[in-house]
Design a binder for this molecule. Sequence first.
Ligand SMILES: Nc1ncnc2c1ncn2[C@@H]1O[C@H](COP(=O)(O)OP(=O)(O)OP(=O)(O)O)[C@@H](O)[C@H]1O
Length: 706
Amino acid sequence: MPQLGFAQTFWDAYDTLERQVKAGVKKAMRKFQELTVAELYADKGLHLESVDNARDPRMRTIRITDFWRGVVLAPDDGSEIFLLVNVVPHDDAYTWAAKRLYTVNTATRAVEVRNVVAIEQLTPPLEQAASQAPARLFAKHSDTVLRDLGIDAGVLRAARAMTDKSQLEAFGGLLPEDQFEVLQFLAEGFTPEDVYRDVVAERRPAESDTDDSLARAIINTRSRITLVTSPDELAEILEKPFAAWRVFLHPSQRRVAYRVSYNGPAQVTGGPGTGKTVVALHRVKHLLSRSPDSRILLTTFTNALAKTLRENLALLLDDESLLARVQVTTVDAYANRVARDASGQTQSPITDADERQIWRRIARKLDLPWSEQFLAQEFRHVVLAQHVKTREDYLRVERHGRGAALRTAQREQIWQAIDQFRAEQRAAGTTTHLQICDSAAELLGTSENHRFDHVVVDEAQDLHPAQWRVLRAAVTPGPDDLFITGDPHQRIYDSRVSLRSVGISVTGRSSRLRINYRSTAEILAWATAVIDGTAVDDLGGDGVDNLAGYRSLLHGRRPASAGFSSAQDEAAAVSERVRDWIGQGVGSTEIAVCARFNLTLDKVHDQLKTDGIPAVRVRDQPAPDVEGVRLASMHAMKGLEFQCVAVVGVNDKAVPFAKEITPAEVDVKQHESDLLKERCLLFVACTRARDALAVSWSGNPSPFLP
Ligand SMILES: Nc1ncnc2c1ncn2[C@@H]1O[C@H](COP(=O)(O)OP(=O)(O)OP(=O)(O)O)[C@@H](O)[C@H]1O
């Protein structure tokens, strides 16, 4: 029996088809599962026919409805996988199919498609123009180097005529996919060795695999082709809305998500939008498939992110019994449950602002020379981070990450304040999230209750050592215990941690994702300039991390940035821009306006209202289908994404926000860390945009703006 494969080009078209056409696709596809190859060719309803003047003799079209035809690549080497590559209105189907050529990449050995007619037509004028140009884009790479990276003769000729990156991008949609990716990397200045590692080696099958049939190449093209084996699978895949992330993982994503087993904690890092959350979800799927009764804890940073994560996991698994084995939550909520079950009492954590008020009161009462901020940080970064329980321990403890030395007498004074803080909490029956984590970690260490077989952690960069102790204690150390994804460049809360010190060592089990699937290269270039050159501690806190090789394959307009003389003028311009985006067909739910302060958002909200544009606050957790532009603080943008984003109020008073910056003379390390946190916050806000980013300010621009 023949088998069926669906190429990504098909999915790009399929999602937008009308119901009746989709029904036609399903009917036609079922025949590929029910009939033999000979019967397929003989079937009157399917009308499998070759295409006149096709550049690829294997091109066929099939009847979908009276007005639509499917385009199929039919094997001619005795193998039996048919590849559905597109669904096109009747008259266009033949022209589309006639121009396409499918080939097997010599380096990656994956199937690629090109618009061979367009490439042949465009290359000679390109060559002519290039003859006058002083330099060529790929001049420094020899033919041999390019050939070793899979560039074939036709593509080589076009590539040799290119003089700049914009020409390469203009050719993008015409070129075979893997070859285009190779050329993009080289054009960005990556070495052939890097490109081989990131593009070729990731895809290339083992040398021992010498099968060169089309079927084998199709099987090897997992980042662009879905293979369907059973009728159930066919029905399922064609029924659901198509989400590429569920099916087409980049080879570097698939390698880390589906590695059979890690011999201990594993870590995946990568810049914004590189698919870390996607990888975490696929890892959960893999772990569930490894054993019929294992239980998994999947955590993220906020309740809102946990909700989305749960929904996406349900989409990926599509099986209630599998889903029931996964608890998706935040570390705080999990710790809270552990503590509540042990004490029988509901915990009521106070907010950071309330906590600071208590410290302020205590500082005043004890007449201490430190600010409430300093005391709160000392409690967080020293006492809770290192689980300091007694005065004696505090007097001895190494105050990692703190920049101001304290003499013994000063430590005595601070311990008195800490005693007082705890006494006040006892009297009021309150606590903080981190204190709950601190005790939950202890509880988990002494009982098997609440333990999981695997823990998968998304948005790991902002977790505090007490939260890490909870996660460490939630699973017995061993193979596949912890799978951690995060990006240290997106650290926007004040957490510093050495994973090793909490018993989590990822040495030899770390991977990095480099390709951004969310934003255009133009947005990325702009946003990465915000943090460019700034050293960032890696996730484990034992070294530094960088964004080398981080890039997007998508292209669009350059971000807009503009200053205004007043906040009112700025709000009016933002509203105008939002109207413009809506006018271009962008749905209001796909537009976000974000700012450092809620007060700035209030102004924009008022202006939008005056202009008749609906808007809702992200913090109110509107359902995805509730109309309205999303308004969010920069912090609330963590983990989200929108087609268009306006980042407003980016002036020198807001970013960095002076109140959040510890003066250097109080604690120089904290000062630097506070500044970095604000820089990362702007980076996070800007990297939420997929297609369009507009940044604005009134007064003096933020010093972090590129
Ligand atoms: N292989 C893929 N194919 C198609 N889309 C993908 C793929 N991987 C990721 N994406 C899409 O890219 C976007 C970013 O993915 P994801 O949220 O997982 O990235 P992230 O690294 O967790 O981002 P951030 O750190 O900024 O929160 C999402 O829209 C996701 O669906």
